[in-house]
Design a protein around this ligand. Structure first.
Ligand code: UD1
Ligand code: CA
Length: 455
């Protein structure tokens, strides 16, 4: 929207969270609170400023592409906006103020709100809602159907005002010069000894200026997070919504209550998600995939018709079509598993590529390995990729057969269709089509046990 700057208040200490970190860094639905607010803010205006204070270095590092205002000491929401006074001195447009701890607000609501403010010709406007339980929120003292007289904080309210169920969302739009002029008049002579931003509303009304109130239908959209309990409530709400939208798109989720799926995850139709599965980050799952219980998949892709059996951990990896992994497989750091490959019980794979049709079914460690198509990795095979200082690569060409309990001491290359005999310690390259045996020869001493007993 034209002539609109956004200021997000995110400097608070999160006292009620009992946390070392700024409140806006805590996560719901897999994203930091501040990231939720930014996602709703970005479609409205590109001119976004964030007030930071408590653990500001961490907050700054976690949100690129915005400008920052430093609030040295956190003396209240009014004080937070005041911290921007010098940087905003030349700005004469509208200022949309958002709370970093109100994550469910939708971009469409913000747009309708600014339209309401501009059409009504108000000096300031606030988003409100009727709450079943208004405890803890500022109460809206109404003038009429569209306008406000004042906002009173819970801790400063008379019993009469506490009966009001219409709450302040902490989201406002102001004519910027009028805001900064009024801010010089607020005092901290209240229950919390803080400079309250909502006090500006009463000051503007007394000028007299008109202040608009834009009531949203559901208080759920403006829920604020002040405690870990509220964090859990909103997290659950977001998780439910995600499961519901996936089910609406054709995904079977057997137990939505125990399933955790982040907001950005995509899953194709006719996929089935068993109970207690967690899918995080930018994960993309194709059609007809089955994910069994107790598996965790982060920032990975899973191709169509693949199966993830119980208890797998998949991080930053890519599975092709018709792949099967698990139970209890661990894939990480850019591992790729091509079509029809199979990875079985207790196999760990790090930074490696498995070609199509390749199998590693039991108890293996494959690290820094490039493995071709239709390779068979026997039970207990280990790539010895680390000498305590550096990591070394292993290459296994198409069609090779690595016998059980072999160690491939990297750097090493096993040629196309070559065989490694079971129990070998391979230190040198094996040419294509060859057999390598690298183990001590067996000696058999006839009658040895019987003789020992006689002694
Ligand atoms: C605030 C409002 C209340 C409203 C509620 C909605 C005030 C005084 N009260 O109360 O009317 O119903 O939000 O959720 O504004 N912050 C700073 N610097 C500070 C203090 C706070 O940046 O010095 C930031 C916080 O990080 C937070 C936001 O401002 O993101 C709101 O502060 P918070 O202390 O949570 O206000 P509430 O008590 O919830
Ligand atoms: Ca709050």
């Amino acid at each position: 929207m034209e002539n609109l700057r956004i200021l997000i208040l995110a400097a608070g200490k999160s006292t009620r969270m009992k946390s070392k970190y700024a409140k806006v860094l805590h996560r719901v639905g897999g994203r930091m609170l501040i990231e939720h607010v930014l996602r709703s803010a970005r479609p409205i205006s590109g001119d976004i400023w964030v007030v930071v204070g408590h653990t500001s270095d961490k907050v700054k590092a976690s949100i690129p592409e915005v400008k920052f205002v430093d609030q040295g000491e956190q003396l209240g929401t009014g004080h937070a906006v005041m911290a921007a006074r010098d940087q905003f001195a030349d700005y004469t447009g509208d200022l949309l103020v958002l709370s970093g701890d109100v994550p469910l607000i939708a971009a469409d609501t913000l747009k309708a709100f600014v339209d309401f403010h501009r059409k009504g010709g108000y000096r300031a406007s606030v988003i409100t809602a009727d709450a079943d339980d208004p405890f803890g929120y500022g109460r809206i003292v109404r003038r009429n159907e569209n306008e406000v007289d004042a906002i009173v904080e819970q801790r400063d309210a008379t019993p009469e005002i506490l009966k009001i169920q219409e709450i302040n969302s902490g989201i406002y739009v102001f004519d910027a010069p009028a805001l900064f002029k009024s801010l010089t008049k607020i005092r901290n002579d209240n229950a919390q000894r803080e400079y309250y931003l909502p006090d500006v509303i009463g000051i503007l009304v007394s000028q007299p200026e008109r202040v608009g109130a834009f009531k949203v239908r559901s208080a759920a959209e403006i829920l604020g997070i002040n405690t870990r309990q509220e964090l859990a409530v909103i997290d659950l709400l977001m998780r439910r919504r995600k499961c519901e939208s996936l089910m609406a798109e054709g995904v079977t989720i057997i137990d939505p209550h125990s399933t955790i799926i982040d907001g950005d995850v995509r899953i194709g139709a006719d996929s089935v998600i068993y109970p207690s599965v967690q899918i995080y980050g930018d994960t993309v799952i194709g059609d007809d995939v089955t994910i069994h219980s107790f598996s965790r998949i982060s920032n990975s892709t899973v191709g169509p018709r693949s199966t993830v059996l119980e208890g797998c951990i998949v991080v930053d990896s890519a599975l092709g079509e018709d792949v099967s992994i698990g139970p209890y497989a661990h894939l990480r750091m850019g591992t790729t598993i091509d079509g029809k490959a199979r990875v079985g019980n207790f196999v760990e794979i790090k930074k490696s590529a498995l070609g199509s049709g390749t199998k590693s079914m039991h108890l293996a460690y494959l690290g820094d390995a490039t493995i071709g198509c239709d390779v068979n990795i026997g039970a207990g095979v280990i790539t010895c990729n680390y000498d305590g200082v550096s990591k070394y690569p292993t290459v296994i060409e198409d069609g090779a057969f690595i016998g059980t309990d072999s160690q491939l001491i990297a750097p090493v290359r096993i040629g196309r269709n070559a065989y490694v005999a079971a129990g070998s310690s391979i230190t040198d390259d094996v040419p294509p089509e060859a057999l390598a045996i690298a183990r001590g020869r067996q000696a058999v001493k006839e009658g040895w046990a019987k003789n020992r007993k006689k002694k």
